[in-house]
Ligand binder design. Sequence first.
Ligand code: PRP
Ligand code: GUN
Length: 178
Amino acid sequence: MLKGIGRVLIDEQTLMRRIDEMGEQITRDYQGKDLVLVGILKGSVLFLADLVKRIKLPLVIDFMAVSSYGSSTHSSGVVRILKDLDEEIEGKDVLIVEDIIDTGLTLNYLTELLLSRNPRSLKICCCLDKPSRRKVPVKVDYVGFSIPDEFVVGYGLDYAEKYRNLPYICILDPDEVE
Ligand SMILES: O=P(O)(O)OC[C@H]1O[C@H](OP(=O)(O)OP(=O)(O)O)[C@H](O)[C@@H]1O
Ligand SMILES: Nc1nc2[nH]cnc2c(=O)[nH]1
């Protein structure tokens, strides 16, 4: 375990147990469908990699990279597309995979954008949800863990681009990092 970051909020075993359940549920829900998982870079990559191994269906993986104007704490809700999908999603069953939902502004924008491309269905799956921070309503279909309003790192989530590789979720202690 890396020292000097903060307290562990969700350990690796707890993460994996919940992702087992989510994979089983998604496998049941998407039988016979044309599933495209859309990972939002960069935070979702660890979660997506573990989740797809547990979805026992043929599926396509695609990615988008977005950046909000302003920081995530002062998000304006305007999102710039840095990398768009490689695949067409018209008529497909699209599942957006996110690491965390905070204000909801990113997903609010992305769902509008992807819906305009006429998928057969569009749902959202996130590892972590901070419902107390919501500025716009977002319908989240699969939630790993609801967490309090704390700044967390690990399992894809960064602080200044670091700590994404931690296999667990930690509450960052600002006094402990430079
Ligand atoms: O609900 P919101 O307030 O819109 O915040 C959630 C977004 O913020 C994080 O991304 P970030 O911009 O930190 O990029 P990263 O995934 O590359 O770290 C996260 O991955 C979501 O995309
Ligand atoms: N790393 C990180 N990014 C976020 N974006 C929104 N909330 C968070 C958080 O708690 N941690």
